[in-house]
Design a protein. Sequence first.
Length: 236
Amino acid sequence: MPRFLNHRTLVAPVLRLLALCTFAAAVQVATAAPAAAEANWEFVGVIDGVKVWRRESPDSPLLSFKGEITADVHIGKILAVFLDRNQRKHWVDRFDDTKELEKPNPLSETYWIKFKLPIGISNRDYVFKADGTADAANGLFLAKIKSVEHPKAPVNDCCVRAEAKGTYYRFEAQKGVEKTRLVVEVSTDPKGMLPNWLVNLIQKSWPSKTLNGLVRRANSAGIAPHPDYAEWHARP
């Protein structure tokens, strides 16, 4: 059986999680929500430069979160990192291990991924199916990721098997300038014994950790634009 959180030691692990887990971040609350926010999304604030929204679910106490930032980075560099599973250890928060299960084409993949959490809290793993679409005419790349089952990655006692109900990435190359607009949405259930309020607290800063981690890695030395997307900023 997976290791679960002991109620007698709940407080200490929670404090460690809030202090050590890089999901946590200070929130700078804006005075008003951006006008572009979509219906049903409630503006939370700006976390480390990323605008963050949340949305309630009618069938779950867990919230969905959305983040958005426009960064000084070539979209080809973003996708060079995003599409390379060997790069995950450099930008995915709490990454521990991953394994490719199926890859029918360059923009589709089914994979197992493990996240290492602080002592006292069980590690989590997922089996994801990711599907991307590239729209060169509009400089737009979309990726949809969801949890699936796969015979090559059964549940085991290394972790609590978590569930991503839906994760969505949108990368848009700004025309004529090497800037990229990045958007991510996430709806996930980490399962196990973590209380809902703590899950929501952690997930609130997940969009900023994810997008900032991706941008930092894409801007690091040695990352060249993916050739398939090198001309997207120069599109007519």
